[in-house]
Design a protein around this ligand. Structure first.
Ligand code: BG6
Length: 487
């Protein structure tokens, strides 16, 4: 099968950081269908050769086994082409059309890795140039829109010119191997299903901590913030994977129907919940891994008086029979103490205690998403060591069953973007987000945005290199719970 992949934003940050390395890995693994072209599109005046050189220079920064070996990049580079385009100019789309028609590939992927504000006009121009053919697939990066209204506007524009089966709304968290294993844990194993409900589970934490700041994306991030950047999409998709009912099969719509039901069941915000169950923060100067780092407002591209949040912690509930009353805590932030994404499922204590032991929260399932990829089951056991011999054995000791997927399956597994790009080329929609899911997620976060707009108090400051503002710990402590690193 031949393909053309047109990468709008071909010299941008996402192309640099994620897409080119992923395409290279797919090429190296031999999974990229032969006979493809990758056409970078941007305003820069570059020839194919200059574009290849630009991408090659990027690979010089890649370390370890992901770096191309001798001759490897040159072979990959044969796939790379460049087209200079001004996305507001219809004539430039005609030129793109000519380039695509020269080849007549079986599949044409249009990947919009540009600012979301350009999505609608780019899609309209593609259609005006007749580039919305039945073999076109459109990939839209998140965040899709800025709020519910702009999200709907983009979806409506896109659906006027393409069918839903041609639209791939990407959320790269769904492509992570660790998230695949979350689905496998729940729907490939019968063991946990009887326990996966309010009667047995006390609460669930979803924590996505980053140690990086906003890097070179200050201007984008400053108009976006953590709620739109991480919660509306990645965190809520994880919540769906945790809370959804088992789908009837593995087809895209069966999975997406179940995720949609979760989003529709999210408990509506009340004024009281908004003020007590949502914490926003912004990092000040601090030390991360021993290095001094500046405050968010001193980052390039960020307004010095910015009130954009770089941290969010919240408590959500799902109003349905399986989950009523179970808190789902979500936390994400930049410049935190470490890079660590994990889910912690805390089970209720034994109903009747015959041991003197730490009861509450003793049984936990920790799902490590990154950098570690694995599962830990926290149990209680009797140490039975010599010191205790002869005493009444009433004390239990916490122990872990530890499953490390990197050790088990090797750390060279298919990365998120590699997998998702191959899915697009091969037309698999399972791991992409449907328009109605996305709209429902926006509907749920909108009252938070509205609340913040009307709130005099801005985000709470936290020192870079910590776990966020103390209000985040206070919020969860009101329920008698704690973030895992504090327990
Ligand atoms: C992106 C966000 O979607 O996800 C970034 O825009 C964030 O701000 C990134 O850094 C995190 O992805 P990962 O895969 O590094 O956890």
């Amino acid at each position: 099968m031949s393909f053309d992949l047109v990468l709008f934003g071909g010299t941008g940050d996402l192309a640099w950081r994620k897409l080119m390395p992923a395409l290279f890995q797919a090429f190296r693994h031999g999974s990229l269908p032969a006979g493809g072209r990758i056409i970078g599109v941007a305003r820069d005046p570059l020839s194919d050769e200059q574009y290849r050189e630009l991408i090659r220079s990027r690979f010089d920064e890649v370390e370890g086994s992901k770096r191309p070996g001798a001759g490897e990049f040159e072979r990959f580079a044969q796939l790379l082409h460049f087209l200079r385009m001004d996305l507001s100019q219809p004539a430039d789309y005609q030129r793109l059309g000519e380039l695509l028609r020269q080849r007549g590939a079986d599949v044409v992927v249009m990947y919009l890795a540009t600012a979301p504000s350009l999505f609608a006009c780019t899609v309209e121009q593609l259609a005006a140039a007749g580039l919305n053919t039945p073999n076109t697939r459109l990939v839209l990066e998140k965040p899709l829109g800025h709020d519910l209204q702009s999200n709907r506007a983009i979806n409506e524009t896109v659906r006027r010119v393409l069918q839903e089966r041609q639209i791939f709304r990407i959320d790269h968290y769904l492509g992570k191997p660790s998230v695949q294993n979350l689905f496998a844990l729940r729907f490939g194993n019968a063991l946990f299903e009887p326990l996966w409900r309010r009667e047995t589970i006390a609460n669930i934490q979803i924590s996505i901590a980053e140690d990086l700041g906003v890097e070179k994306r200050g201007a984008f991030y400053d108009s976006t913030g953590a709620l739109r950047d991480m919660v509306q999409n990645h965190a809520l998709q994880l919540l769906c994977a945790l809370a959804m009912e088992p789908p009837i099969n593995a087809h895209a719509d069966a999975i997406r129907d179940e995720k949609l039901k979760v989003l529709r069941s999210m408990k509506a915000w009340t004024p009281q919940a908004l003020s007590q169950h949502v914490v926003r923060g912004q990092y000040g100067p601090g030390t991360v891994h021993g290095e001094s780092v500046p405050a968010y407002t001193e980052e390039p591209g960020v307004r010095p008086d910015s009130t954009t949040e770089t941290f969010v912690a919240l408590r959500a509930e799902i109003a349905n029979w399986r989950w009523a009353g179970v808190p789902f805590y979500i936390r994400t932030g930049k410049r935190l103490a470490g890079r660590d994404a994990r889910i912690v499922v805390s089970f209720r204590p034994a109903p009747h205690a015959i041991y003197r032991s730490p009861g509450n929260g003793a049984n936990r399932l920790v799902i490590h998403l990154q950098p570690k990829d694995g599962l830990e089951l926290h149990l209680l056991a009797q140490a039975q060591d010599g010191k205790q011999a002869g005493r009444v054995q009433q004390q239990l000791t916490p122990v872990h069953l530890d499953l490390d997927f990197d050790k088990r399956f090797g750390s060279e597994r298919v990365g998120a973007y590699e997998r998702l790009l191959l899915d697009v080329i091969e037309g698999r929609l399972n791991l992409f987000v449907r328009a109605d899911e996305q709209e429902e997620a926006w509907r749920w976060v909108e009252p938070i945005l509205e609340h913040w707009r009307n709130e005099a108090e801005g985000p709470r400051p936290y020192a870079a290199g910590t776990w966020g503002p103390s209000a985040s710990s206070a919020m969860i402590a009101r329920d008698g719970n704690c973030w895992l690193e504090e327990c």
